[in-house]
Design a protein. Structure first.
Length: 379
């Protein structure tokens, strides 16, 4: 069921009274002056959860605040991470279970959520004023040594396969693997299978050689859905100009994240996000760059309370061998002045203030990803 502007304003007013939607979002809704209201906005890597609540181990439930924040943000579709990334769980079983619980969450919230299987579904999400969830992986460990499992997961609705996380796996080296050995023969086999199934090959988190090898091996354009530019901030999680150029030259997509790796100090700002977007555009033009925030829409309410949780999370990631250079207990995994339901509007205004035309900003916020999705999945 579509939510019209009057209904949205009513809901936003009630949530604002409870401190759950910010004043700028409410003001924009009331004035009818929302700069992104008519745009398709795609977060090429993000989340749909409440960072203020401890995880309950399942995606089958979602709070009304999270749903309201997602609607208020103007986001059309989000690539959410499903399944195994790291840890003691059995990767295949953990991933199948996560897909099933996410399917149930969507079934339980049909007015608000839609599963994205095609580029047409992104347009449908916009038309029906729903939030589209695009199923993606941030590690292909769940494939084991069997490339035919690509078919299993593609049939379950997974549309983005990120080859590696930070360490090496059976497909190639991640960004923190010191050898930088590149794509393995199994990685090449998997890419061929992904191409056959017309799903996205994502090289976020990969080492440089793995990314370059994959871009050349793939018969279809690849993506780097959440990254920064190493020319501006020399950290392993950011991509070199050679990687960014090759992906764009072959028709791919690059999403800039809202992460601490955008500034050498670890304290990235909205200004850094704009600078990295600008650098990526200047390399290969405006048709291949978008956003992949790597964060949620709902923001953390009490940063001081969160800092204690963050310290433990960083320690656990280091102990597990999955952390990246630039992660520290004093670096938030988000941009403090570019978060919450206002984040996409604020970014749009910052880019326009830099001289970007509204059409160029619209491409960055969603149309470039949609074009790329049409290339890979069809209409």
């Amino acid at each position: 069921m579509a939510i019209d502007r009057r209904d949205f304003v009513t809901r936003a007013s009630a949530l604002a009274a409870m401190g759950m939607v910010s004043a700028p979002v409410l003001a924009a809704a009331e004035a009818g002056g929302d700069p992104i209201a008519d745009w398709i906005v795609v977060n090429a890597l993000g989340g749909l959860g409440d960072p203020n609540s401890p995880p309950d181990g399942t995606r089958s439930a979602i709070s009304q605040r999270v749903l309201a924040d997602a609607h208020a943000s103007g986001v059309t579709a989000i690539n959410i991470t499903l399944g195994y990334v790291a840890g003691p769980e059995e990767p295949f079983e953990d991933t199948v279970r996560d897909i099933a619980t996410t399917d149930r969450m969507i079934r339980d919230n049909p007015r608000d959520l839609i599963k994205i299987l095609s580029a047409a579904d992104i347009r449908r999400a916009k038309a029906e004023k729903k939030v589209g969830l695009l199923y993606g992986f941030q590690n292909c460990a769940m494939l084991g040594k069997d490339a035919t499992r690509v078919d299993v997961f593609a049939d379950l609705g997974v549309r983005v396969f990120q080859l590696t996380y930070n360490p090496a796996n059976l497909l190639g080296d991640g960004s923190m693997a010191p050898e930088n050995r590149g794509l393995t023969p199994f990685g090449r086999e998997v890419i061929a299978r992904l191409n056959d199934r017309r799903v996205m090959v994502d090289l976020s988190h990969s080492g440089e050689r793995t990314c370059l090898d994959a871009a050349r091996a793939s018969r279809t354009p690849i993506s780097i859905n959440h990254t920064g530019c190493r020319a501006l901030t020399d950290l392993p999680r950011n991509k070199t100009d050679a990687e960014l150029r090759l992906v764009a030259e072959r028709g791919g997509f690059v999403g800039i994240y809202f992460m601490p790796f955008l500034n050498q100090s670890g304290h990235a700002t909205a200004e850094d996000v704009v600078a990295h977007i600008d650098h990526a555009l200047n390399l290969r033009g405006e048709d291949h760059v978008g956003i992949g925030t790597d964060g949620t829409v709902t923001q953390i309410d009490d940063l001081k309370v969160y800092e204690a949780k963050l310290a433990k999370e960083i320690a656990d990631r280091r102990a597990a061998g999955i952390s990246a250079t630039g992660e520290r207990p004093d670096t938030y995994p988000f941009v403090v002045d570019l978060r919450g339901p206002d984040q996409f509007r604020k970014l749009a205004r910052l880019l326009e203030a830099k001289g970007y035309s509204p059409r160029r900003v619209e491409k960055i916020l969603g149309l470039n990803f949609l074009r790329y999705a049409e290339t890979i999945w069809g209409g």
